[in-house]
Design a protein around this ligand. Structure first.
Ligand SMILES: Cc1ncc(COP(=O)(O)O)c(C=O)c1O
Length: 360
């Protein structure tokens, strides 16, 4: 048996939506963009949503927006335990990027690791689990939330999408809902919304006439196509059922591993509901890589995740020693991300559990 780590749930409904978009709008600049933006904003309880072509360009747009609003000479804090896109996009727009330690239980950043040399923050909802936004907001600094992984998750019963100044989501094929590639930006601030709309579309002037080419900010083209938006609209309708399915799977994993010596999981209180973009277990770091290889040989397609400070690209330019990152270092050396996706079956989940227990 092969159990995929992730698998998009693309049905005839998504295929039909894509075909209609191609036939009627050549896949570009059609009505699905505006409809997706409206439906997405409603779904995540935010005033505005902007569709872009991936999660990385959503972050880049948000960072460009912060640079316009607060100037370039700022220090931005980014978690070390995150996917590389968070840190690399920050580094593209700010010379001073400071990587941050995470909490040993939630694997997310928290205010105690954020010193007052940090002017701006990019928080990340690791694996779909939201940060403690009340804690981060107590710092009173502007926050971009990299919510690439947390679409449909909740914090204190509120869906993720309006807690921070800007949220950025990904519709990559491995994500909870997908358009192949794609990204969404959400905000409650109309000024930020207008600026982001301009920045992701060549910096077009807000007051330009329809026939003019007039640009007043340093923008680029990060536009989503209509065909992606058509597919994303179908997927969005399924978000709640995907979150429920993944929670059921995660609860089975938790139940089965709770008394297994040598396995621990991401821990959080019931103020949070994760969409379980990923489900990670921590094992003995000396055994981790051999366990990963054995699981893959058995067809259990697991993954590992390495903190940014430990990436060759980053470690040479960073002055803090690995000692500062005790938690991030330990988690990234011992984590195994198990298969979890929107259509994973009970048999597949049982097969994963059986193999983890036998091969540990
Ligand atoms: C935390 C995080 N940030 C950013 C991204 C980038 O999103 P995308 O792949 O859509 O560019 C991803 C996913 O790939 C991610 O997991």
């Amino acid at each position: 048996m092969i159990v995929e780590w992730s698998k998009p749930d693309i049905t005839q409904e998504e295929i039909n939506a894509g075909i209609i978009s191609l036939k009627t709008h050549i896949g570009a600049n059609g009505p699905n963009i505006e409809l997706l933006e409206k439906e997405f904003a409603e779904k995540v309880n935010s005033k505005y949503a902007i569709a872009v072509n991936n999660g990385t360009t959503a972050l880049m747009t948000a960072l460009m927006c912060f640079r316009e609003l607060y100037g370039p000479d700022k220090t931005i804090g980014v978690p070390s335990f995150t996917f590389i896109a968070s840190a690399n996009s920050a580094k593209t727009f700010y010379d001073n990027v400071e990587l941050l330690e995470c909490d040993k239980n939630t694997w997310n950043i928290k205010s105690e690791y954020i010193k007052n040399n940090i002017d701006l923050l990019m928080s990340v909802d690791v694996g779909g689990l939201s940060c403690d936004y009340d804690d981060l907001k107590s710092l009173n600094i502007p926050i971009i939330s990299d919510s690439a992984e947390s679409m449909g998750s909740t914090y204190k019963n509120e869906v993720i999408g309006s807690q921070c100044d800007i949220h950025c989501f990904s519709l990559h094929t491995a994500k909870i809902i997908t358009a192949g590639e794609g990204g969404m930006i959400t905000t409650n601030d109309s000024n930020i919304m207008q600026l982001c709309k301009s920045l992701m579309n060549h910096g077009y002037s807000r007051d330009k006439k329809s026939y003019e080419y007039k640009h007043d900010t340093m923008g680029l083209n990060f536009r989503m196509s209509d065909i992606q938006a058509a597919i994303a609209r179908v997927q969005l309708k399924k978000l709640d059922s995907y979150v429920e399915h993944r929670n059921k799977v995660a609860n089975t994993y938790k139940e089965e591993f709770k008394n297994v010596e040598g396995i621990s999981v991401q821990e959080f209180s019931d103020e949070y509901k994760s969409n379980y973009f990923f489900f990670g277990i921590l094992v003995d770091e000396n055994k981790r890589d051999s366990l990963v290889n054995k699981l893959i040989e058995k067809g259990v397609m697991v993954k590992t995740w390495t903190s940014v400070h430990a990436q060759p690209l980053w470690n040479y330019q960073f002055t803090k020693t690995p000692d500062y990152f005790t938690n991030a270092e330990k988690i990234s050396n011992s984590v195994i991300l198990l298969p979890i996706h929107n259509t994973i079956s009970e048999d597949e989940v049982d097969y994963v559990i059986k193999n983890v227990k036998e091969l540990l």
